[in-house]
Design a protein around this ligand. Sequence first.
Ligand SMILES: O=C(O)c1ccc[n+]([C@@H]2O[C@H](COP(=O)([O-])O)[C@@H](O)[C@H]2O)c1
Ligand SMILES: Cc1cc2nc[nH]c2cc1C
Length: 342
Amino acid sequence: MNNEQIRTAARKHLDGLTKPVGSLGKLEDFAVKMAEIQGKVVPESGKMGAFVIAADHGINEAGVSMYPKEVTKQMVANFTQNGAGINVLARHCGFDVFIVDAGIASDVDLSQVIGCKAGYGTRNFHEIEAMTADQLEICLANGKQLAENAVTEGYKILALGDMGISNTTTAAAMAIAGGLPAESIIDKGTGISSEMLDHKRRVILESIERHAPFSDAKDIMRKVGGFELATMAGFILGLKGKGCACMIDGFPVTAGAYMAWLMDNEVSAYLFAGHKSKVKGHAVMLQAMGLEAIVELDMRLGEGTGAVIGGFLVNLGIKIASEMASFNDAGVSQSTGKEENY
Ligand SMILES: O=C(O)c1ccc[n+]([C@@H]2O[C@H](COP(=O)([O-])O)[C@@H](O)[C@H]2O)c1
Ligand SMILES: Cc1cc2nc[nH]c2cc1C
């Protein structure tokens, strides 16, 4: 069956379940998209995993964040002790958590963190290219390998989360270099003052001017990217054709996804936008990729917190498709005419 036939058959299956046509709204849409992703009319639920990928950013030296870069590794320690927002939400949404070091500025305890270090933080892209071509290839390859391993281990829904002080500056530079309008992208990350936001805007615009023109997504990531965000791009590209959905999170993760999308527009077919972040440029990137956020809770934490909440709801869509009784099975009378889905 091709995609369109699966879509039609999945919708027909849902219409045969004991409910008015379309009455489970977006849960039904999630089930249909999962059917297409898995190539099965009735999608199957399975293991769910959140990959929280961390790295440091040289651009932190330019004074664009309220926080020192040490918070990246301190939060990674918090993740490993199950004390962070993602640990709580992942636990209650049914996701296993994996922590990845893609380029933290110091060494971390690798007994609880997956080592994928491309360097000890990127360079300050206000002055010089963020990373070498080799470092970028390492990130893309590491991301692809992480995704392939997760699929081999039977994960059906994967969520991406980020941890990287100053990465909202990196993410904004990536989005703008990728063609999106600066005025709709640049915003606060963590809570900075309006003077600091003006400074952040200047740093981003000067960096774009320094490194322009940008030939493609790889050129963007090499010049103004981040190790964790490039690893996420590789992760997403690595999931193509694997029957697995990927939940994306807020502004930084979505900048990584946007790079993957620039490299291959078809990634949108297996991406879900877990939530809409408070950071204004997030919605602009989602729209460019043709994705609609599942929930809007005014969140702006990162770590994959919005991704696992959205993933929980996608999984409910799968449960509906796979566990509800049909009109035939339950002996419930169907509508007397052709029912409209409104
Ligand atoms: O996910 C989001 O939309 C989001 C919005 C603002 C901040 N963050 C998180 O905060 C950190 C970056 O903020 P900043 O101000 O240092 O650029 C990084 O660890 C992100 O995970 C995340
Ligand atoms: C405390 C803290 C936790 C975070 N989690 C993701 N980004 C973060 C940034 C800060 C500052």
